[in-house]
Design a protein around this ligand. Structure first.
Ligand code: GLA
Length: 394
């Protein structure tokens, strides 16, 4: 374990050094460096935009940016990952077809729309959050940008609003109508803790994550489903439709958070809308019970709930896919795996597994073989630790 930690610490140092050196070489200036992490999510999905509860944690995989102020109004961006630059000015900030600049420019756009005064800047970006794997690399970029611009232009924006700015950037520039979970976790993460966030009141509590000899193992299907964002927005609309139907009889209801199963049974006859909403209502109840498991240190009970979440995501919310199901089914009765499920928006990305530390290598080798044989794809894995949220490094 110490070896893993040492290696990770070393990797972070390497990335930080690289961002700095590459920034100096490219922009002939000294950067200020910022870090914003990706996230895991222990239990539940698709509850945040329904004003429910979520239980994410920031992880030790992050986006690093170097940034410096310019004397003019130009914005010069460079992605080390894509080896691509993007240039515009403060008055020509708009969505691009390149993809990656949108997560930065979307934040700039939000700051300008909210009346903040910023100048031109240089920015380079690098990181080790795998893209499109359900670990929220996009939120990490948005939050790192918001955090950095807030600091170098001394805007005085609080952490909660930085998360909201990141979320709105995702809505308007990436066109995914996401909830607040990812940006919140990236900004507010705390090492060795998960965060129980109430997305209605935005009240949150840190719960210690004590896994006693077990680790969080992420298995990456390496599937990036092209329908993911359109299906995400469709799910959101179906939930809104459920609320709309309940509201006709119960006018005070505004979100699924306040809808009970009996209200749903009484008001919603459309079977598709019914099962989407049923999943969300049950998932909120499951999450609160899972928090009790965590408090008691009953990781076995927590793990069992993870399987039930996965089943709901397959059958009722219908956001899983055969590769994710294959991975979860392969570990369901494994004695060293306490729980597993798909994680994030769905249709690909990673599963999250709670696995006995000494069993990880053997399990991964066996799974990688069968996954290749049955799905024809390579399997990748990450052993992640929880970590702190967005910060300035130097
Ligand atoms: C994506 C979104 C989040 C959340 C999850 C599903 O990660 O960005 O807001 O809705 O999907 O739980």
């Amino acid at each position: 374990m110490d070896l893993i930690k040492l290696k990770k610490g070393f990797m972070n140092e390497v990335i930080i050094r690289e961002v700095k050196e590459k920034f100096r070489a490219r922009f002939k200036e000294e950067p200020t460096l910022f870090r914003s992490p990706g996230r895991v999510n222990i239990i539940e999905e698709h509850t945040d935009y329904n004003n429910g509860f979520v239980l994410p944690a920031a992880i030790d995989k992050a986006v690093y940016i170097g940034v410096s102020k310019r004397q003019d109004n130009n914005i010069k961006l460079f992605s080390e990952e894509f080896q691509e630059e993007h240039t515009c000015t403060l008055s020509t900030v708009e969505r691009t077809t390149k993809g990656w600049p949108n997560y930065i420019l979307g934040v700039v756009d939000q700051l300008l729309k909210r009346g903040y005064t910023i100048g031109g800047f240089n920015l380079n970006i690098e990181g080790d959050v795998p893209i499109g794997s359900g670990l929220s690399s996009s939120a990490a970029v948005e939050c790192a940008t918001a955090f950095a611009l807030n600091e170098i232009f001394q805007l005085g924006i609080g952490k909660m609003d930085l998360a909201f700015i990141g979320q709105k950037a995702e809505h308007e520039f990436a066109r995914v109508m996401c909830g607040i979970m990812d940006q919140f976790a990236s900004v507010f993460g705390k090492k060795d803790h998960v965060i129980r966030l109430d997305c209605q009141s935005m009240e949150y509590e840190y719960e210690p994550l004590v896994l006693k000899g077990y680790k969080l193992l992420l298995l990456n299907t390496n599937v990036k489903h092209s329908l993911a964002s359109s299906e995400y927005n469709t799910r959101r609309r179906q939930c809104e439709e459920g609320v709309h139907l309940v509201k006709k009889r119960y006018p005070k209801i505004n979100t699924l958070r306040d809808v009970t199963m009996s209200m749903l049974e009484e008001c919603v006859t459309d079977s598709l809308v019914f099962k989407r909403c049923k999943y969300v209502i049950e998932e909120n109840i499951r999450l609160l019970a899972a928090c009790e498991d965590l408090k008691k240190g009953d990781i076995k009970a927590l793990g069992e709930k993870m399987y039930r979440t996965h089943d709901g995501l397959i059958k009722e919310y219908e956001v899983s896919c055969r590769e994710l199901d294959f991975l979860v089914d392969s570990v369901r009765s494994h004695p060293d795996v306490l729980g597993a499920r798909m994680m994030g928006g769905g249709f690909g990305g990673c599963t999250i597994n709670i696995v006995k530390e000494e069993a990880i290598n053997g399990l991964f080798d066996a799974l990688a073989n069968s996954y290749k044989k049955e799905m024809g794809l390579d399997l990748t894995h990450y052993i992640v630790e929880t970590d702190d949220g967005s910060s300035r490094i130097v």
